[in-house]
Design a protein around this ligand. Structure first.
Ligand code: GLN
Length: 436
């Protein structure tokens, strides 16, 4: 353990500057709770850096809907957390604020891109934190740091005020030290928002009340798709959890998700395409950094060359290529079709089971610097998280014991569309009854 939380590079802006609504009597669900916000979610008057040089000095003129709801719920916001630039990464090393360190072993990465949020929660700097999950950025750091990480169904939580990376994947999620805290924060932030046309108007259930309702779940495990490539000790933890669930009366079935192996390729093609379009707005005119020492055409090039980091540039260039005429059909359109096949695999399986269990990651946290010069290796670590975003369904990473290296292991409970209450309930049952 390092000496002080500042040694972990958790925050992008001062946590001294707390934010809450001054009320005499606080009765909201979040009274007494401290919450950190990933620095790609807007807090009015605070820096919104996305850990990027291009937005380093940019202040947000408004609150994201989730932030307004937290304040209305009497939560206290304690600061903005570090991330991979524009949420692109799996290690929290692509950031102008310095790599975040894993809270259990500071020679390891905390995961990404919500590494600052996961580490802040794991160290007890705050009760809960918001992250964003486009392809695993809440669940993978949760697994690497030994905390809970919930990615809700696409559309369950408003994205208004979340800086766009890949809009058809992005979803705000929650990091916490308990299932109850995850349910509590979801209760506050979920629900329709007129400012986000993709947010759902489905009624928000009472997650907290339903947590302890008894239920014997039908659980599916895609053994064929997970045994190759995952660390043996992670598979052992999965087997141990299954034995426990069977002894608790759950009906456990082997299932098949035949298109899962195409997830990484499909995810990276589609998200790079969306990112190249979303990040076109950082042109030196509208936001943040502006390099105007030359003629107009050079302003765009100079600003973007100086402001974006290497990984973001790689994705913008690949995304632009993927969308270019001639390659659009071969890559983008094809990937859209495969996305549908992956989604349909889940739809079919959920006709027979309530929850799917998967490892969150194929390995525990890796060394700082280990995958930094090998982007493909970095991308491959997202094999179990990206399919969930391709489908748009909810998933919760739960702490499930410790690896012989001493690092935490996380397993994912995956639910059907808008069925957060089922995975929260199973998580609560595991938290209360399963000895890791
Ligand atoms: N690691 C994935 C990526 O680099 C996921 C990122 C995310 O969920 N924001 O794209």
């Amino acid at each position: 353990m390092l000496q002080h939380y500042s040694d972990y590079n958790l925050f992008t802006s001062s946590p001294e500057e707390k934010l809450y609504i001054r009320r005499q009597i606080k009765t909201g669900l979040l009274q007494g709770k401290t919450i950190a916000i990933k620095d790609n979610i807007a807090v009015k008057g605070w820096q919104l850096s996305c850990a990027s040089g291009i937005l380093a000095n940019y202040l947000s003129p408004y609150h994201a809907t989730v932030v307004q709801r937290i304040l209305d719920g009497d939560g206290t916001i304690i600061g903005k957390t570090n991330l991979d630039e524009f949420a692109m990464g799996s290690s929290n090393e692509h950031t102008i604020f310095g790599s975040v360190k894993n809270p259990v072993d500071s020679t390891k990465v905390p995961g990404g891109s919500s590494g600052g949020s996961a580490t802040a929660v794991a160290l007890g700097v705050c009760d809960m934190a918001l992250g964003s999950d486009t392809g695993g950025s809440v669940r993978q750091p949760a697994a690497f740091c030994g905390v809970y990480g919930l990615k809700p169904t696409y559309g369950r939580v408003s994205r208004y005020g979340l800086v766009a990376f890949a809009s058809s994947f992005d979803q705000i999620g929650i990091l916490s030290n308990s299932t109850q805290d995850a349910a509590l924060l979801l209760q506050v932030i979920a629900g329709h928002d007129p400012s986000d046309a993709t947010s759902s108007d489905r009624q928000v259930p009472d997650y907290l009340k339903k947590l302890s309702e008894p239920e014997q779940h039908k659980v599916g495990i895609p053994w064929e798709q997970i045994t190759d490539g995952a660390d043996v000790e992670i598979i052992d933890r999965l087997k141990s959890l299954i034995t426990f669930l069977k002894s608790s009366g759950c009906d456990v079935k082997n299932i098949n998700l035949p298109h899962l192996r195409y997830s990484i390729a499909t995810y990276y093609i589609l998200t790079m395409a969306e990112a190249s379009s979303n990040l076109a707005r950082y042109d030196g005119v509208r936001y943040g950094l502006s390099d105007r020492k030359n003629v107009l055409e050079n302003m765009y090039r100079d600003t973007r060359s100086a402001g974006f980091g290497e990984e973001v540039k790689r994705r913008i260039m690949l995304g632009t290529y993927i969308l270019s005429s001639g390659y659009y059909d071969a890559y983008y359109k094809k990937a859209q079709k495969v996305r549908r096949l992956i989604r349909d695999d889940f739809v079919n399986v959920f006709k027979n089971v309530d929850v799917i269990i998967l490892p969150t990651t194929p390995t525990p946290a890796f060394d700082l610097g280990e995958n930094l010069n090998d982007p493909i290796k970095m991308y491959l670590s997202d094999i179990f998280t990206t399919p969930i975003n391709l489908a748009g369904i909810p998933a919760l990473s739960v702490p499930a014991g410790t690896h012989s290296s001493g690092l935490p292991i996380g397993l994912q409970l995956v639910g059907d569309f808008f069925n957060e209450e089922t995975i929260l309930r199973l998580s609560y049952y595991i938290e209360c009854n399963y000895t890791k």
